[in-house]
Design a protein around this ligand. Structure first.
Ligand code: G6P
Length: 561
């Protein structure tokens, strides 16, 4: 799951809803020979400029991005990270990009978010890239926005709290303010091209207040939210200073989706503790007159496609070279973004214990740990990197021999195909997060196996995937002895038991695939609409005395007819 080529994604339609083909207005920026040209020069050519199979667009009128199209509702996906297929873009890690890309395949719509670039010049409108029927609309962030919104509130505060790591949060009012400011910027840019019948689907913790900002700008559209990471219990959520402004803002969405029932129930407890909140029918809650529905929608993968990819990848020169390099060693695999939530330290401790307790396995097994670096500006990420490298050297120093390295550690990312080949070659996958929303590595590992001779998944009980992948060996990653014992059992497991465990998991994933996830979520969103009076209520609430200069305020609504 960690690294993907950026080609070949598509946007998903809403099961029941049809999505119009989009036409983008004028053009800019990149000539047919790939040279950068001015917006005016591009506009004067009067037609989209192609660069290979890509098109780069920007509206000639700097005041507005006009994404034209007049046939029915469009699906507008919004997330902080957008996997724009541009030359030179780094391959991206993480479950969100994987899920959204797969969910949008072969469909048409818009994916809006951050370009991944930092630029001090304020961009008036998003940059538009079209590829494979997807329209990507991206904006840059300033250094200050990146620091306060992304590194700050999103990743130094919300990420640790939602992963139950209250001890790691570093809240500051400046970061809170920056988070709100960037959410307002997102709303302003989106607002310029939203049409009445668009369906908006917002993803992840970076953008919790976005629906409130869009409502304040007069948009009555169905707006859904999906949290890709865990939702902690009430007492933990309340450690977030001013949590009502951020978590409470989720009540401006029509539907708030979570990975598991446990996450959903944690948020239900939070909602019920909000002053004036009432439980309505089923999973609907009413807060200050707004109705919001919550639900569990476990994210998944393109199971059949992934299985095919792995089958083919196993025959690739890369996979052959990798397998030959093993010289008959059994392969245990760990694949994670370098993040303290992933339990990499606990996994290595478990592997260390396994080697200690089972000398007969030394020189017969190797752990390949693939771990692209992540969020390296944040000190906790630098710290985990130091800890991991020190621990790995210690284990390799203690047990290694001139002809055998116990742990191979790789920071570079791999293409989707290469990774699928590695999954298929691995006898055991060790997936040991301390807390994880879902963990798509676990699902991809299952899909990548040869059903006739499958490997064994060792999975943390704290990954969302543990609720579904019941054929895995489930472990508590905090207990090294348990990880070591599971590893021993996995390596010695007879073929019949491996098949018995793997078969039902694969069947489950073939049905509960990414397509079903998106269709279920969007069908639920289509059923759930905010009351039409919501926007007028909100405008009345904001009143003339609240100005956008107030750092805690929702900005003045851009009243629309
Ligand atoms: C997780 C989050 C995503 C995020 C990804 C990569 O999967 O749920 O929202 O995009 O990690 O992290 P990054 O900070 O590089 O976007």
């Amino acid at each position: 799951m960690l690294a993907y080529d950026l080609i070949g994604s598509g946007l998903i339609a809403l099961g029941a809803l049809s999505i119009a083909t989009m036409r983008v207005g004028a053009v800019w920026g990149v000539s047919a020979r790939g040279q950068t040209i001015s917006a005016q020069a591009a506009a004067s050519e009067g037609a989209p400029i192609r660069d290979g199979d890509r098109q780069y667009h920007q509206h000639s009128d700097a005041s507005v991005v006009e994404l034209e199209g007049n046939m029915g509702p469009r699906l507008i996906i919004v997330s902080n990270r957008v996997a724009v297929p541009e030359p030179g873009n780094r391959q991206m890690a993480g479950g969100l990009v994987v899920a959204v890309k797969a969910a949008l395949r072969n469909r048409t719509g818009v994916w809006f978010g951050w370009s991944g670039k930092i630029d001090e010049t304020e961009t008036v409108e998003p940059r538009i890239v079209e590829h494979n029927h997807i329209t990507y609309a991206v904006i840059d962030l300033s250094k200050n926005d990146f620091e306060e919104y992304y590194n700050g509130l999103a990743n130094r505060v919300l990420w640790p709290i939602l992963h139950y790591r209250v001890d790691l949060q570093e809240y500051s009012r400046a970061d809170h303010s920056g988070y709100m400011r960037v959410n307002r910027q997102f709303a302003d840019k989106l607002s310029a091209f939203l049409r009445e019948d668009d369906v908006v689907w917002v993803h992840d913790y970076h953008l919790m207040p976005l629906a409130r900002e869009l409502r304040a700008r007069g948009h009555l559209n169905p707006i859904g939210f999906f949290l890709h990471i865990p939702c902690a219990p009430l007492d933990i959520l309340r450690t977030l200073p001013h949590h009502d402004e951020i978590l409470g803002a989720l009540t401006y969405y029509d539907l708030v989706g979570f990975q598991t029932e446990n996450d959903r129930d944690n948020f239900a407890a939070y909602l019920l503790a909000m002053p004036g909140a009432k439980k309505g029918r089923g999973l609907t809650f009413e807060v200050e007159g707004r109705q919001t529905r919550i639900g569990a929608f476990p994210v998944s993968i393109e199971t059949a496609t992934y299985a095919r990819l792995a089958r083919n990848a196993a025959r690739s020169p890369f996979a052959k070279e990798m397998t030959e390099s093993l010289t008959g060693l059994r392969l245990v695999l760990g694949v994670d973004r370098l993040d303290y939530s992933k339990g990499i330290i606990q996994r290595i401790n478990g592997f260390n214990r396994f080697l200690e307790d089972n000398p007969e396995w030394r020189s017969h097994v190797t752990l390949l740990q693939i771990t692209p670096r992540s969020r390296s500006d944040i000190k906790d990420y630098a710290a985990i990197e130091n800890e991991v490298t020190t621990l790995i050297s210690r284990v390799n120093g203690r047990y290694g021999e001139a002809s055998w390295t116990p742990i191979r550690y790789v920071n570079r990312s791999h293409s989707r195909a290469a990774l699928a080949g590695i999954y298929r070659a691995a006898n055991v996958a060790l997936v040991t997060p301390l807390r994880d929303g879902m963990n798509l590595v676990a699902k991809e590992y299952v899909a990548a196996q040869d059903p006739e001779n499958p490997g064994v998944l060792v999975l943390s009980q704290f990954a969302g995937a543990a609720a579904e992948l019941t054929g895995a060996l489930i472990v508590n990653p905090h207990e090294s002895d348990a990880v070591a014992a599971a590893l021993k059992r996995a390596l010695g497991m007879p073929l019949s038991e491996r098949r018995e465990r793997h078969g039902p998991m694969l069947q489950h994933l073939l049905v509960h695939n990414i397509e079903l996830w998106a269709a279920d979520y969007l069908a639920a969103l289509a059923e759930t609409r905010q009351r039409p009076s919501l926007v007028s209520d909100l405008l009345a609430f904001l009143g003339p005395s609240r100005s956008s200069a107030d750092r805690w305020a929702i900005p003045d609504a851009r009243r629309q007819a």
